[in-house]
Design a protein around this ligand. Structure first.
Ligand code: SF4
Length: 580
């Protein structure tokens, strides 16, 4: 066995000290989501608010990280500023492999630094550096400075926040190595509350691979499966933006604050259009041969008569929907320029786009005026949105500060709850129907990745509540297994249970390999238990009226079916969250 326990670095920002902690539990929770839950149970406080300095910010990797391809994600866990409950957010980039090379299964940061700081860690070193002079700096400048201050590209990973995180916006993200994000539920504000501008992980150690032929042969086999299947074409070629036209074609693309699910002009922001006109290159998370990250460019005139600069901006389906169709912006370069501003501010692009879509409709309906928005927001007008994203990130006035806590909080004050596109948090880019709406609204991460509800909607015409709820619970359980390893979910067709068992077996994790069903059920329940203990009541979740007005290829959303799904899923969640 590679290691039968967890080796976790705990950093306390209050006294500037760190310690390496050894924890049992490898055979019961594996790592990733399971380890994060275990660490929250040990260091978290269900009864204290998210911003309490004692609350931990947790990063966890899995037993297969660094040993097999696409085991490339890190799980970040924290008490969320969005709902003050236990939450997870996942990101690729280099952090997972950097932690592996630094010889840690997890990182736990507690306390609050006296001044704005950066934590830099490696296999044998820990430094907490005062960076008060970086206060308010945007995320791109912060990245440039941190790369200079902490040299060592390759195995180095840089996690950082922008102004939105420093200010405590509940829709602030943690940027991971420029092109990936711990995007959702406000992890950026948790770093901000700790006075933490950045975390630099230097993967400056090394680790041995298993001896003998079994591991090497299995690695080759898995690698071949991952690169021989249509994954390469699906994710490397156009990437997730291929969904834009597909969803538009089946009337499932949220457009103009979900007033429409189809837009004739959407060709201008299709995956094909982005590839033809804006794509500069593909890049990848460490340890991934697929390279699904698509990087386009934004060109800006910075001086007359003809001085231009360009910046590289990554795009995916989700940012395109949020900064594009949801705002009625259908020019690929304009969408990239909006994503670029969102990145600088350190905002979650999905929440920020959906928030401005709601504000636009609220302005149209006279619930708010330009006194609040400061700029005349209008669907299809990118220049207005560009300014508004800056105002949202900076928390320019009371309105933007409240909107930065989430759309529903703003709608409670100004009205417009009916058309707030919120499913637990601001919606993801799928208006496929009742099962997806239920899945995101009640799902553990309020993410489209919690379970494949969007794909279930597209494959099923029937309205069998028990079957659909059963699917959500089962699919979540399978995904929890992957996020405990911690695999990129794009590899889920390859990393089936048998393959995972073989991989674990080749590293000597025999008990884990033989008990995957029990493991996934245990971690699934454990996460729900913590979530419920921190205040989640799935029966109290309200899905705004706008979602019942949606028309997809199946026709109008069935409100009764939606209600039945909600109540059935809520019951199952509470069973899991209370099971002994
Ligand atoms: S498929 Fe994409 S997101 Fe997944 S590990 Fe590879 S580059 Fe990262």
């Amino acid at each position: 066995m590679i290691r039968d326990h967890f080796r976790v670095l705990r950093v306390d920002l209050a006294d500037g000290r760190g310690e390496v902690v050894t924890l049992e539990g490898r055979d019961t929770v594996a790592g990733g989501s399971g380890l994060a839950a275990l660490l929250f149970e040990k260091y978290g406080h269900v009864d204290k608010p998210w911003s309490d300095p004692e609350q931990p910010l947790i990063f966890a990797i899995g037993p297969l990280t660094g040993y097999f391809p696409l085991m490339s994600k890190t799980v970040c866990a924290f008490k969320s500023p969005y709902h003050d409950q236990y939450a997870e957010s996942h990101a690729g980039g280099r952090s997972a492999l950097s932690l592996r090379f630094a010889d840690y299964d997890g990182l736990v940061i507690t306390g609050k630094a006296r001044r704005l700081s950066v934590v830099s860690l490696g296999s044998r070193r820990l430094e907490i550096k005062d960076v008060h002079y970086m206060q308010g700096l945007d995320l791109q400048i912060t990245g440039k400075m941190l790369r200079r201050m902490f040299p060592g590209s390759g195995h180095r990973s840089i996690l950082r926040i922008g102004p939105a995180g420093e200010r405590g916006s509940a829709i602030a993200c943690i940027n991971a190595d420029t092109y990936r994000h711990f995007g959702r539920l406000g992890s950026g504000a948790v770093m901000g509350a700790k006075n933490l501008k950045g975390i630099v992980i230097q993967g400056d150690g090394s680790f041995d691979l298993p001896e003998g032929k079994t591991y090497a042969a299995l690695f080759q086999d898995v690698y071949k499966k991952l690169t021989d299947t249509d994954m390469m074409d699906k994710y490397h070629n156009l990437g997730t933006p291929v969904n834009v036209l597909v969803l538009n074609g089946i009337k499932s693309l949220p457009c103009r604050n979900l007033q429409q699910t189809h837009d004739e002009a959407v060709e201008g922001i299709s995956g094909e259009k982005f590839a033809e006109e804006t794509l500069m290159r593909n890049t990848a998370c460490s340890g991934c041969p697929i390279g699904c990250i698509h990087v386009g460019f934004v060109r800006e005139k910075f001086m007359e008569p003809n001085q231009y600069l360009y910046r590289q901006v990554s795009y995916d389906h989700e940012p395109i929907f949020a900064a594009g169709s949801m705002l009625g912006v259908t020019n690929a370069f304009k969408v990239l320029s909006l994503i670029d501003v969102t990145e600088k501010m350190g905002l979650d692009v999905m929440s920020a786009g959906v928030a401005l879509a709601w504000a636009t409709e609220a302005l149209e309906k006279g619930l708010i005026s330009e006194r609040e928005t400061l700029v005349p927001l209008k669907f299809g007008e990118p220049e207005m949105y560009k300014q508004a994203l800056g105002l949202l990130g900076q928390g320019e006035n009371d309105f933007y500060r409240l909107l930065g806590q989430g759309v529903l909080k703003a709608a409670k004050q100004y009205g417009g709850e009916d058309f707030a596109c919120v499913l637990g948090q601001e919606m993801a880019g799928y208006a496929t129907g009742e099962v997806f709406f239920t899945s995101q609204a009640l799902g553990f991460r309020h993410s489209h990745l919690d379970a494949g509800g969007y794909s279930y909607d597209q494959k099923h015409q029937d309205k069998d509540v028990e079957k659909a709820v059963g699917f959500l619970v089962q699919d979540e359980k399978e995904r929890v297994l992957l996020t405990s390893m911690v695999s990129c979910l794009f590899a889920r067709e390859v990393y089936k249970r048998e393959v995972l068992a073989e991989c674990l077996g080749s590293l000597g994790y025999k008990t884990l390999a033989d008990n995957l069903e029990a493991l996934s059920r245990r971690v699934q329940e454990q996460r729900w238990k913590i979530r419920v203990a921190t205040g989640f009541n799935p029966s109290a979740v309200e899905i705004p009226k706008r979602f019942t007005e949606v028309i997809t290829w199946k026709g109008k959303v069935d409100g009764d079916y939606l209600t039945a799904l909600q109540s059935g899923y809520a019951k199952r969640i509470m069973e899991m969250g209370r099971r002994d």
